[in-house]
Write a protein that binds this ligand. Structure first.
Ligand code: SAH
Length: 347
């Protein structure tokens, strides 16, 4: 089906074929691009009004046993200065975040065996005791079914685990042979089965990514129907094998955010830090393309620059309060507002 310039808003993204998705993703027609972003913005406004949900990101460990070729905290990066936050430090981040209006805390880290199930359960329970009205999101990679169950039982509500790419041959170009797409997908299924609100996603413009890979990713996300979708541009890190690769582009990321918003109208979609890193107004543009979440950093300033997945990450020098005030103002300027709310998925 040829996509005409004005048809975007009438296209049914719940059923749109791979061929049509590809045509939309490839078009160099500026009008179609603009219409697509606008249709996505209107879709988000319809479901969420001008409300933007905030999640406080706590990067609590940069130790990682994995060796993903794209990531700055991969285990073979001997230049990374490793750190772990204590339970008390994590709780202090939450207290600070709570005062600033955060009602979701995202605990993100490398795959660090130090944080056993027992350690995670102690942290999750302590946060829930101190802040029973808050949601806890985990983003700590692949773990066993029993581990996911135990952390859910302790009070974790949500889990972010990007699938990264759903094409096995592409997955193998981004990861060492110890990691498999099959296990990644199995983890996602387990998380969903247990009852977590689940987020998945991928990097835009990751090395060796083709348009067909991206179409497969879109189709996978539509099928999997996650509550949250995180996508952001790939950005090289100077101490990784991908140091000389190009970053993903702003426009392709925006177009994909828009397509995902139209496919899954109620999903929670962040305008990511990586998007804000490749363009000074990247996050604002993400919101204007259908994103409805931002995830400011609550980590202590002392460790911010050590949690370095890619180069030039923004907001590494500011206190959480400065970050949230800056973001509030940016968001207000484009006609949106940050709300104090857990911002749960509503079917
Ligand atoms: N260890 C956890 C958290 C990973 S960090 C896990 O495995 O899920 C969160 C996300 O950052 C990753 O899923 C990846 O998509 C993204 N990321 C890693 N390196 C990046 C890079 N160089 N550029 C952009 N995004 C990157």
């Amino acid at each position: 089906m040829p996509i005409n310039k004005n048809a975007n808003m009438r296209l049914n993204f719940a059923t749109l074929s791979a061929v049509d998705l590809k045509e939309l993703l490839l078009t160099s027609d500026a009008t179609i691009h603009t219409n697509l972003l606008q249709a996505a913005r209107l879709k988000a406004l319809k479901h969420f009004q001008n409300k933007i949900y905030i999640r406080g990101l706590i990067e609590f460990t940069n130790y990682c046993k994995n060796d993903c070729y794209y990531c700055g905290i991969r285990c073979s990066n001997t230049k990374a200065e490793r750190y772990r936050l204590t339970k008390e430090e994590i709780l202090a981040c939450c207290r600070n975040g709570y005062e600033l209006g955060f009602r979701t805390f995202v605990l993100q880290g490398g795959e660090d065996a130090y944080f056993s199930d027992k350690a995670m359960i102690a942290i999750i329970s302590a946060i829930k005791t101190a802040h029973p009205d808050c949601a806890i999101t985990l983003s700590i990679g692949e773990r066993s079914l029993s581990s996911y169950k135990a952390m859910f039982a302790a009070g974790a509500d949500r889990y972010l685990l990007r699938h990264e790419t759903v094409t096995p041959s592409h997955y193998a170009l981004l990861h060492p042979p110890t990691l498999s797409l099959a296990n990644r997908l199995n983890c996602l299924e387990n998380l969903k089965k247990i009852g977590y609100q689940v987020g998945t996603g991928f990097m835009v413009g990751s090395p060796f990514q083709t348009i067909d890979n991206l179409i497969e990713d879109l189709l996978f996300i539509r099928r999997f129907n996650p509550q949250m979708i995180g996508i952001g541009p790939f950005i090289p890190h100077h101490d990784t094998p991908f140091r000389d690769k190009n970053s993903g582009t702003l426009q392709q990321t925006l177009r994909l955010i828009a397509m995902l918003r139209l496919m899954l109208p109620k999903a929670l979609i962040p305008a990511t830090t990586a998007l804000g890193t490749i363009d000074p107004c990247g996050r604002e543009q993400g919101i204007l393309a259908g994103a409805n979440v931002v995830m400011p950093n609550l980590s202590p300033v002392m460790v911010r620059s050590k949690y370095s997945l890619y180069d030039n990450k923004i907001c590494t020098g500011e206190e959480a309060a400065e970050c949230i005030n800056c973001l509030k103002e940016r968001i207000r300027k484009i006609g949106y507002e940050i709300v104090v709310d857990r911002g749960d998925y509503r079917a």
